[in-house]
Design a protein around this ligand. Structure first.
Ligand code: PEP
Ligand code: MN
Length: 622
């Protein structure tokens, strides 16, 4: 059962509860979950549910109905995020684990690690102890393999994942690797599960060849009961009667698990299909189905691989796959971040006294809040601001390290105010993120759609939901500044006749009910945000540059600038004109270029642009 405690419970009151549970030989776990202080109790208690409810400091006592307790959503409603160095599995950013089936040599591991890192992997996999069906097959390099993995981490910065096949390897694992994997064949090796349960290291728990989801969760429970809550569940295909693939990838396990457990899910389409050409389609489907991470076998020379060559992708194929995942992830509210490790390093290098915050517009639950989490993960604290100018001001003054500002929406167009502020303030764009905007109609619990008399939202949200709203001409539309404020205002007003247009995230933050999902006219509703900062730390190779410039008021002046881009084959992905501040009828042009304009090869472009334009400024390279 779980005990929900009063947030103001005193330590002596808590001790009384914990002592009673310890007398009754129960295992207890205390966690904060969705702002609630919760004690999970495992084991049979003599004290009844009702008696617990009467104890001082206890708000509620709720039985956990499933056989697995610590792994269940009933125990912990919020998603678990497993931290591996700077990488977080679970949450908005898709984690890609890639590498060969087995570590075969130093050279092989290092070559593949460099390749997969280049294409977006943030963790490296490679077996050193290989559980093979045949005793005559390659069994792995054992400790030498682990040393190679440790060196891969040292040289590339990628965290390393490897399989542990025996309790006797525990110390070596802790010494050399970042994550241990329990292989499919060992999913019910209970001594091994208890052992990793005692270890302080994240565990990838593969699903057994013929294990039910419940059996799999019970194995996770073994690890968690031992004290290790950093468990990632890995679906890698199960045995069925179907011989066309090595196993059958059970993708429906993803939504099933998401309901039953708070643990993150990684999908291994390599072992699931066993066939190279089947790996990428299933990986794409896994992300669309809600996987938190992917584990992909990649080999630079699969024909010569000592194990699982036929299912290993060539590095270039892996690169194509990650590009596809980059496009698919935002559709399901996630991101693949090619800059993941660099960014985390940068953030971690910020001095302790730096604020490590990102200013965004609106309140918690705003799309800008989601953009901040998608871009930075949870390493940076998002700070709500009332106006766009406040964001620029906070970044300029150093009160916030970063700002997250929407620049354009695929349905409602540019957010002009931010282009003007980019002109006014001397800040840099250091990155960008595009997120899908899915609007929900949100109201108080128990309210039905027919009760609604007014809807609160910012005007762009009204225009994005026009077709939907046109069905209800009698409903009053009340403009407010942001979707998140709309949700909060409906909440605070306790108005049962009011609804707000906002994100599912806002509904959840404010504990409101969704009356209808996805009410935007066009599902291809995306907003692109820029991340702004005072300065750019470090000089990296980039794909994109944003500039602003003006031109003289003479015929063909803009054409002359465009000609420079054309001559150098530079793709212009955005061009926006804005009135110059304080100069009526004169314009600044804002342009995004698919090029690194500060690279030495493009030095002549900069010179030519300087000649042909005025007030040229590089807003950012990213
Ligand atoms: C592996 O990941 O290399 C492996 C052996 O996987 P599984 O345990 O899923 O067969
Ligand atoms: Mn393998």
């Amino acid at each position: 059962m779980i005990l929900v405690l009063d947030n103001k419970i005193s330590q002596p009151q808590k001790n009384t509860i914990l002592n009673r549970l310890s007398d009754e030989q129960c295992i207890t776990r205390e966690i904060m979950d969705a702002g609630r202080n919760v004690i999970g109790i495992i084991g049979k208690t003599r004290t009844s549910l009702e008696a617990f409810k009467q104890m001082e400091g206890v708000v509620d006592a709720v039985p956990i109905k499933t056989a697995y307790k610590l792994a269940s959503r009933e125990f912990k409603s919020e998603d678990t995020r497993v931290k591996i160095g700077n990488v977080v599995v679970g949450g908005d950013r898709i984690v890609i684990v890639a590498g060969p089936c087995a570590v075969e040599s130093h050279d092989q591991a290092m070559t593949i690690a460099r390749e997969v890192k280049k294409y977006g992997a943030v963790l490296f996999r490679g077996g050193a102890y290989k559980p093979r069906s045949s005793p005559y097959s390659f069994q792995g390099l054992e400790e030498e393999g682990l040393k190679i993995l440790a060196d891969v981490r040292e040289k590339t910065g990628l965290g390393v994942v490897t399989e542990m096949t025996s309790v006797s390897q525990a110390d070596l694992m802790l010494q050399y690797v970042d994550v241990v994997q329990i292989g499919a064949r060992n999913m019910q090796n209970f001594e091994l599960l208890k052992c990793v349960g005692r270890m302080d290291i994240p565990v990838v728990l593969k699903r057994g060849l013929a294990a039910t989801i419940e059996e799999w969760l019970m194995s996770a429970e073994y690890i968690m009961a031992g004290g290790n809550s950093n468990v990632i569940l890995c679906e890698r295909g199960i045995r069925t009667f179907e011989p066309y693939t090595r196993n059958t990838l059970d993708l429906s396990a993803i939504p099933v698990l998401k309901k039953l457990t708070h643990l993150p899910i990684i999908i291994d389409p390599s072992h699931a299909t066993g066939i190279r050409e089947k790996v990428s389609p299933m990986a794409r489907a896994a992300v669309a189905a809600g996987a938190d991470a992917l584990m992909i076998e990649v080999h630079n020379n699969p024909d010569q691989a000592l194990s699982d060559g036929p299912q290993s992708l060539y590095p270039e194929q892996f690169g194509q796959l990650t590009r596809d995942i980059y496009v698919i992830a935002p559709v399901v509210g996630k991101q693949l971040d090619f800059d993941y490790l660099k960014k985390s390093e940068l953030i971690n290098n910020l001095a302790a006294e730096d604020s490590k915050t990102a200013a965004f517009i609106g309140e918690y639950g705003a799309y800008s809040h989601k953009a901040s989490l998608g871009y930075f993960g949870e390493e940076i604290t998002p700070v709500p601001m009332k106006t766009f100018k406040d964001i620029f001001h906070a970044v300029q003054s150093g009160n916030c390290q970063y700002g997250v500002i929407p620049l354009e929406n695929s349905l409602s167009g540019s957010i002009h105010e931010n282009f003007d502020l980019l002109q006014e303030y001397n800040l840099k764009i250091i990155g960008e993120i595009t997120i899908r905007v899915q609007h929900a109609l949100i109201a108080h619990g128990g309210v039905s759609k027919t009760d609604i008399k007014r809807i609160l939202a910012p005007p762009p949200a009204f225009s994005q939901c026009k077709n939907y709203l046109d069905q209800y001409p009698d409903i009053e539309l009340v403009p407010v500044t942001a979707t998140s404020s709309a949700v909060r205002q409906v909440k605070d007003s306790e108005d049962k006749y009011a609804a707000a247009i906002g994100s599912a995230m806002a509904a959840s933050i404010f504990e409101m009910t969704i009356l209808e999902e996805s009410i935007e006219d066009n599902p291809r509703n995306y907003t692109r945000f820029a991340i702004i900062a005072k300065e750019v730390k470090g000089h990296k190779k980039v794909d994109k540059t944003s500039i602003i410039f003006s031109t003289g008021n003479k015929p063909g002046a803009l054409f002359e600038v465009m000609k420079v881009f054309s001559e150098y084959q530079i793709n212009l992905v955005k061009l926006e004109s804005r009135p110059m501040l304080g100069k009526p009828w004169e314009y600044m042009f804002y342009a995004d270029l698919e090029a690194d304009i500060e690279s030495p090869e493009l030095a002549p472009v900069m010179e030519r642009l300087q000649e042909k334009s005025e007030n040229l400024r590089i807003l950012g390279r990213y």
